[in-house]
Design a protein around this ligand. Structure first.
Ligand code: ADP
Ligand code: ZN
Ligand code: ZN
Length: 733
């Protein structure tokens, strides 16, 4: 038996499926990457040919034939298909789901890969006079037939000029056998003429970064572009991309979800006078497909997108850029748990092109890569335009009186900056009014019925929300346990907004968090009001920390640094340092010198002390040293097997068996730790636990997975839980 097609199907199974070629199709004519219709269970689904096999494990009688070919060329070129295969293998994820993640939705359901348009032509019969005559008074029909006789074919736009009722006439002509309808594949020019607008003259530091990237063209070279916010990193990307585009190649630019603002796209669009392909999660299916096609054909010189754009097809790849490479949004946290940042390195290596990871606060992984000589550091040590770095001060919350979480020295500083005409930005990573509702009489705290968590008070809408599962309730008027009055305890952004309005009456104030900018376009509007200076006081969450330009902000306040100091996760301190430095970077971008206040109850904490005295670099060296001692990534590789179920015992029972299997396989060099319940064990009604796998490098893990996962899948306990494997997890729970 020969000519077996191994086909990927969008299904949660870690394997390919064997089929025979469709009837009357020579299997040898089919190329990997082509889509086919295949029978799957009782359905007809889209599959992608991954490879040819000489034989199947299925008996001949059970081997079904594919139903038909969808495209006459592959949707992925060989190099992209290989990357997808590699990713499925590395992350141990079902290959069909990996391939589906790389396809725009219409292509997953069988839509045409290339753009087609309708054209009409005079039928062969009509051209040779073998049709019956048109009625004597059908002048319009005759006109249209004459028009078509004078050329090969015509499209809707041309025919619409002849008559408003052209569709009716065509239908009439078609019925009489005079006209044939054609579906024509558009072949857009594969290369657009790109003219480039002038940018500012690069500084010496920018110049050497640009030169280094340019010198590496045509070969794999990873760079870490490290520069504080406002040091001109984006300008370096733009220049490096100019050179790429001038050679007729394409650049792929990845940005964090929240940073893909119209302003950023506008900056790229202003530089390159050519259609950019923009890929992000709020596109319609058709918009996404159009951008995907422009990337694939090569008309778009720059493809810019969020996480999943790492799988965008590229006709002539020349450079990959990952902006804000430390950003956690590059790691997909559910389903196919890939890291777009890490895959950018893999893809660039396989394509032999340079890749630039940029950040003001590089991940410890990237810093270690530089230290080990596996990536080149490009440093932009100062801000452009002479703006100075903001100074950082700690405010000891234990020593000062406070008004709803705002210490007196902070209040005074805000007043001073407002009086001097500056803008003030306050950061708190907690939306809502207060993180809990408390009864002072009996100690009751409003719990989420479905999670081991408290409900957050949202005052304006008089509701309690669970930020973990979305549960909502009315705020009770009295304590349900003892009948006394209840009160909100602690601060969220909504309460800070209220307090600021009271402390600084008349000062224009805005809040930016997920609740305040829910409406589409609301975030852009609010940011514009800040940029125009209409807002003087700004309070917000994480949303404020990324990529925005606020030229007049002179004071930044981190209201509570302590949430990140004692996190259970080994990455908690890295996240905290990155957040503080990123939010601090919003201060003093233009002429005004910036000041940053960090409120804490632990001013003597070494992490904060390092940040204040030595900045992010000092923190990072110390944190890397700690990771080295404790053998955490990047000095080891980890993976977690997670499980959850409505019954509390099920996840631990499953993980215990999985652990036993791993031990029986005597996986050399892999340490299995746990199972352990999650710190917040119950979420959305499900109990959660995990097993941690720890190894000095990825190879022993990969070797274990190959033998272990098939056995784990077969465990009877596996049917009683929902489980997943996370390779290189960002968060431990
Ligand atoms: P980053 O991406 O590091 O935050 P940007 O590239 O956005 O920095 O630069 C910050 C600001 O400085 C922008 O307004 C940019 O136009 C400007 N800028 C960047 N490089 C230069 C330069 N060489 N000369 C003048 N202005 C520059
Ligand atoms: Zn009570
Ligand atoms: Zn909940």
């Amino acid at each position: 038996m020969t000519g077996v097609l191994a086909i990927a199907i969008d299904a949660p199974l870690r394997r390919l499926f064997d089929y025979r070629a469709p009837p009357h199709v020579d299997p040898a004519s089919l190329l990997p990457g082509m889509r086919l219709w295949v029978p799957f269970g009782r359905r007809r689904v889209v599959g992608v040919l991954v490879e040819h096999r000489s034989r199947s494990e299925l008996p001949d009688a059970k081997l079904k034939a594919a139903l038909g070919l969808i495209d006459d060329e592959p949707v992925f070129d060989q190099r992209l298909l290989e990357l997808l295969k590699w990713s499925a293998e590395y992350y141990r994820h079902p290959p069909g789901e990996v391939i589906a993640a790389a396809l725009p939705a219409p292509l997953r359901s069988g839509a045409a890969m290339l753009e087609t348009s309708e054209r009409w032509t005079l039928s062969a019969a009509a051209r040779t006079g073998h049709t019956s005559d048109l009625p004597a008074r059908a002048n319009r029909l005759r006109e249209m037939a004459d028009y078509l006789r004078s050329r090969d074919s015509a499209d809707a736009a041309e025919l619409g000029v002849l008559s408003q009722r052209w569709r009716d006439h065509l239908r009439e002509l078609e019925k009489r056998g005079w006209v044939t309808r054609l579906q024509v594949t558009e072949t857009p020019p594969s290369r657009a003429d790109v003219s480039t607008a002038a940018g500012p003259e690069p500084t010496p530091a920018q110049h050497s970064a640009i030169a280094a990237i340019e010198a590496a063209h045509g070969s794999f070279a990873p760079f870490l572009l490290h520069g504080v916010t406002g040091s001109g990193k984006t300008e370096v990307y733009l220049r490096a991309i100019e050179a790429v585009v001038a050679r007729g190649e394409q650049a792929l630019v990845l940005v964090p979800e929240i940073a893909l603002t119209p302003q950023l796209v506008a900056r790229f669009a202003a530089r390159f006078d050519a259609p950019l392909a923009v890929l992000h999660s709020s596109l319609t299916d058709q918009e996404r497909l159009r951008a995907w096609r422009a990337a694939r054909v090569g008309t778009a010189p720059v493809v810019i997108g969020t996480r999943s754009a790492i799988f965008a097809p590229l006709a002539r790849p020349g450079l990959i850029v990952v902006d804000e490479e430390h950003d956690p949004s590059y790691k997909q946290q559910e389903g196919f748990r890939y890291s777009a940042r890490d895959l950018a390195l893999v893809r660039a290596q396989r394509l032999s092109i340079p890749v630039v990871l940029g950040s003001a606060t590089p991940s410890l992984e990237s810093l270690e890569r530089v230290r080990a000589g596996k990536a080149t550091l490009l440093d932009l040590p100062t801000r452009t335009g002479g703006a100075s770095q903001p100074t950082l001060h700690l405010i000891d919350l234990r020593r000062h009186a406070e008004t709803q979480g705002i210490a007196t020295p902070t209040v005074l500083a805000v007043k001073r900056h407002l009086d001097a005409g500056g803008q003030v930005l306050m950061y708190l990573n907690r939306r809502g009014y207060a993180p809990s509702l408390f009864c002072p009489s009996c100690g009751w705290v409003a719990p989420c019925p479905r999670c081991d968590a408290r409900l957050t008070v949202h005052q304006r809408e008089q509701r309690l929300h669970c930020h973990h599962c979305g549960t909502e309730q009315r705020v009770p008027e009295i304590c349900p346990s003892c009948g006394e009055a209840v009160k909100p305890v602690g601060q969220g952004t909504e309460r800070i907004e209220e307090t600021l309005a009271r402390l600084f009456p008349g000062v224009p104030l805005a809040r930016i968090d997920r609740d305040a900018v829910r409406r589409k376009g609301a975030l852009e509007e609010a940011l514009d009001r800040v940029t125009r200076g209409e807002v003087r006081l700004l309070v917000g969450t994480q949303m404020l920390t990324k990529g925005h330009h606020f030229p007049d902000v002179s004071l930044v306040v981190v209201l509570n640094a302590d949430q990140g100091l004692f996190g259970t996760d080994f990455r908690a301190s890295e996240r905290l340092a990155q957040t503080i430095v990123q939010v601090a970077g919003r201060a003093g971008r233009a002429e005004r010198p910036g000041e940053v206040l960090v409120q804490t109850e632990y001013p003597e904490h070494p992490l904060l002390a390092q940040l204040v005295t030595g900045g992010y670099d000092a923190f990072a060296s110390a944190a890397l040293e700690e990771r080295k001692q404790a053998l955490w990534p990047p000095f080891a590789r980890i993976a977690v097997l997670r499980a959850e179920a409505a019954r509390r015992e099920a996840p631990i029972a499953f993980l215990d068996r999985a652990r036993g299997l791993a031990e029986s396989l005597a996986a050399n060099g892999v340490e299995v730790l746990g199972p352990a319940a999650a710190p917040m064990e119950r979420r959305a009604g499900h109990y959660r636990a995990q097993l941690l796998l720890h190894a000095p490098s990825h190879t022993p893990l990969q070797r274990l997975f190959a033998r272990w996962l098939p056995a784990v899948e077969e465990l009877p306990e596996a049917r009683r839980v929902r489980w997943s494997l996370d390779v290189d997890p960002l968060e431990l729970f």
